[in-house]
Write a protein that binds this ligand. Sequence first.
Ligand code: ATP
Length: 354
Amino acid sequence: MSTLNIAILPGDGIGPEVMQEALKVMETLSALDSSFQFNTEELPWNSDYFLTHGQMMPDDGLDRLKKFDAILFGAIGDSRVPDETTIWELIMPIRKQFQQYINFRPIKKLNGISSPLKEEYDIDFVVIRENAEGEYSNSGGRLYAGAPQEVAIQNTIMTRQGIQKISEFAFQYAQKNNRKKVTSATKSNAIIHSMKLWDEVTKEVASAFPLIRFEQNYIDALAAYFVMRPQSFDVVIASNLFGDILTDLGAALVGGLGIAPSANLNPEKEYPSMFEPIHGSAPDIAGKNIANPIAQIWSVALLLEFHDRKDLANIVLQSIQQVLIKREALTPDLGGKGTTADVGNAIVQALQEF
Ligand code: ATP
């Protein structure tokens, strides 16, 4: 593999704290395996940057980012800046401009993590969420603001092409990774236009993959199945809104926000993809050195897997797994007394012992 050029966007709050540990892990990997080489450039685009410059990133920010192979993102959010600004002026432009139309989230219960569910299920599936259109389009508006007759309209945008691309990605992923079943989250009994199109197109794509089982579940029932039989899922595809909710539920089943990673993928690799923990900037614990860096480190594993280094991704995951089983260095969210750096260092040590 040639040298990977990675843009580092630590962001706000605990973002820089957990990013530091992720960088340690990447440096360790590179020292252990000379075929893994990378360059990083840290970009200081966060809420402080906004307060100083009046924008979340410079005018040529996207042009600069475009030159990288990947973006490793920490977390964004600060009470001094509206969420709308941090999200719609930084995260959304990156996702949309770089056509990161897949949001990929593994929901895997690692040993050493206790689930809030009563039974110890073997939970190991992925949710593939549509990331570019759907319910989170900014199409709509308000009329008669503040008046009794005020109206708000929020449009859902579903396109045949968009649904087709995410469905094909899901089935190809299933095929490549020996997954047996794809489950589609729908609500076409009540949302009779956009979700009907979703159902039609997902089914059409499914027919080209006869060896993979396909099922369509209404989102309300599916949420219950996540809790009642989470071991029964392999690959779940969902629209932007449904996927957003399902993945937080999924993350809660397997250890919570401190663990869960995600990837915003441009599968064609025409643009950089972005890898980030699903948690936010966690202002309540920022600066205390107790943030769990595992979600950020697992995001590095997703980055490696996407860039054809599944071997290294597996080693990172196994090292995380070892640290969780040993329970010697865990942050308070997992019941430990360790610091962010303790967990990072323990994962580095586990890597070195491989
Ligand atoms: P956002 O709107 O950006 O998602 P939020 O405040 O709703 O922000 P988070 O910032 O993810 O959500 O934090 C939710 C809770 O989870 C907080 O109590 C936070 O301390 C905790 N949390 C989030 N990430 C971590 C982490 N890496 N380690 C430990 N606790 C975390």
